[in-house]
Design a protein around this ligand. Structure first.
Ligand SMILES: NC(=O)c1ccc[n+]([C@@H]2O[C@H](COP(=O)([O-])OP(=O)(O)OC[C@H]3O[C@@H](n4cnc5c(N)ncnc54)[C@H](O)[C@@H]3O)[C@@H](O)[C@H]2O)c1
Length: 374
């Protein structure tokens, strides 16, 4: 199969969808890999490294026009819409339930669009989202520590304290993938860490692996009100799958927090878990409400592309190999995890939540395939 890797053009996006190591694996299996010139530059991969791995370096027009399977990181944006076409399969993060213009562009083009974020195992795990949660979780205490420094406008406290001086208190709300990773790094930095969770089962698991090094408490409005007063750094890490994040931190609660404390709301990509959260960018990551510094960057992993690119491609490559080895149609027939990733095919929306979000028609994937869309 001819597999293409364009350069990401979304502002502040430095990741790339395939590493030279991945290109080598695909070339070895007899596939042709086309990489747009400088596509890997933001992640410190040179064109020569891809060429040594057996890929060809091509122009942006060639990579879109000649590929059968196109690997990206972010959803296509305006200037790329005209390049979508029938006969092409796109494998990338799409998040189209929140993007009607792109949904319509995908439907109108006849392209096959497989979304990383909806590839799902039989047990309901989302294997292509997990590494980004690990990274965002590990970045959260780092970002929080930075903004707690006085010259940055913060309270002026060192997370780890020193001998004879108490460490800072970090409150993590939500103990899933983001929350666990945030807690591990905050502990490593020497902070005193509390995790509020709603699932007893998850708390038992965290208790086992963190073995008494954090305080684990049942999450409730009362508990949040009490814990938030003491914390210098609050990390929002809750998720209710398929729904907006619950607004657990009210405007009123902010008033009870310490002056110049920091809230890192990682859940901002689902709307954020504080009433006062709104998305920010790496260019201007923070703003202050009622004396509390809000860090609400919606694409935190974008700050560390060398790590993020490798973590992403580690998990996408096995699926890319399936798509390439079997062909797109056969691969989605063989693997239900990949089939759940198909959002749009042959002009039909095959992911129910997407169709619902835009009031458009939904066609189950099997029906679409039976109708011979591909
Ligand atoms: N900003 C970014 O760059 C970025 C990157 C990756 C992930 N995220 C977001 O971070 C959030 C967390 O992702 P995750 O992978 O850790 O999800 P997850 O499903 O692994 O964990 C979420 C946890 O929140 C818990 N929870 C739900 N309601 C709660 C409540 N009221 N109080 C306490 N805990 C509660 C759940 O029990 C679960 O353990 C998501 O919104 C995700 O989209 C953001």
């Amino acid at each position: 199969m001819r597999i293409g890797v364009p350069k990401e053009i979304k502002p502040q996006e430095y990741r790339v969808a395939l590493t030279p190591a991945g290109a080598r694996e695909l070339a070895q299996r007899g596939h042709e890999v086309l990489v747009e010139a400088a596509a890997g530059a933001g992640s410190a991969f040179s064109d020569e490294a891809y060429e040594r791995a057996g890929a060809s370096i091509v122009s942006v027009d060639d990579v879109w026009a000649r590929s059968e399977l196109l690997l990206k990181v972010k959803e296509p944006i305006g200037p790329e819409y005209a390049r979508l076409r029938e006969g092409l399969a796109l494998f990338t993060y799409l998040h189209i339930a929140a993007d009607e213009p792109l949904t319509r562009a995908l439907v109108d083009s006849g392209i096959t669009a497989i979304a990383y974020e909806t590839v799902e195992t039989d047990r309901g795990a989302l294997p292509l989202l997990a590494p980004m949660s690990e990274i965002a979780g590990r970045l959260a205490p780092q970002a929080g520590a930075d903004h707690l420094e006085k010259p940055k406008g913060g309270r002026g406290i060192l997370l780890g304290g020193v001998a004879g001086v108490a460490p800072a208190r970090v409150l993590v709300i939500g103990g899933g993938m983001v929350g666990y990773n945030a807690a591990v790094i905050a502990l490593g930095m020497g902070a005193q860490v509390t995790i509020l969770e709603r699932s007893v089962e998850r708390m038992r698991y965290l208790e086992q692996i963190l073995s008494g090094r954090v305080q684990l408490l049942m999450s409730s409005t009362l508990q949040i009100e009490e814990s938030i007063k003491d914390a210098e750094l609050v990390i929002g890490a809750v998720l209710i799958p398929g729904a907006l994040a619950p607004k657990l931190i009210t405007r009123e609660m902010l008033g009870t927090m310490k002056e110049s404390s920091v809230l890192v709301d990682v859940a901002i990509d689902q709307g954020g878990c504080a009433e006062t959260s709104r998305p920010t960018t790496h260019d201007e990551p923070v703003y202050t409400v009622d004396g509390v510094i809000h860090y609400c960057v919606a694409n935190m992993p974008g700050a560390v592309p060398i790590t993020s690119t490798r973590a992403l491609t580690n998990v996408t490559l096995p699926y890319v190999e399936e798509l390439a080895d079997h062909g797109v149609l056969r691969a989605i027939q063989l693997d239900p995890e990949l089939a759940r990733g198909v959002n749009v095919i042959g002009g039909r929306i095959t992911y129910e939540a997407v169709a619902e979000a835009h009031g458009l028609d939904y066609t189950p994937l099997d029906d679409a395939l039976a109708a011979g869309v591909l």
